[in-house]
Design a protein around this ligand. Sequence first.
Ligand SMILES: [Zn+2]
Length: 99
Amino acid sequence: MTVIISKGKDPQKAKPCFIHTQVNPHLDRRIICPHCGNEWNFYQIAEEVKLTTRYVQNADGSFTPLSDDSRILGEVKLYCGECQADLSKFHNRFLEMLF
Ligand SMILES: [Zn+2]
């Protein structure tokens, strides 16, 4: 990221000042387990998932799946992959950072 800042009111004296920053905007958003310090392994458990799978029946009577659609009806919880602590309070941030 390059930021250009012009200082001074006199345009002839003002020199552009280049500031290079290496700040990772995601760095302070990393989720770290407050219990064991783990920041690499997490898992999510969705309760009450309704899984709908569409099929087409072929001429020979066999079925071919067309699409899967899953709807989560219950709670979704986030856990530490190391100490299994419930980290659901970080779940919203987890979803924001899920790509
Ligand atoms: Zn942990």
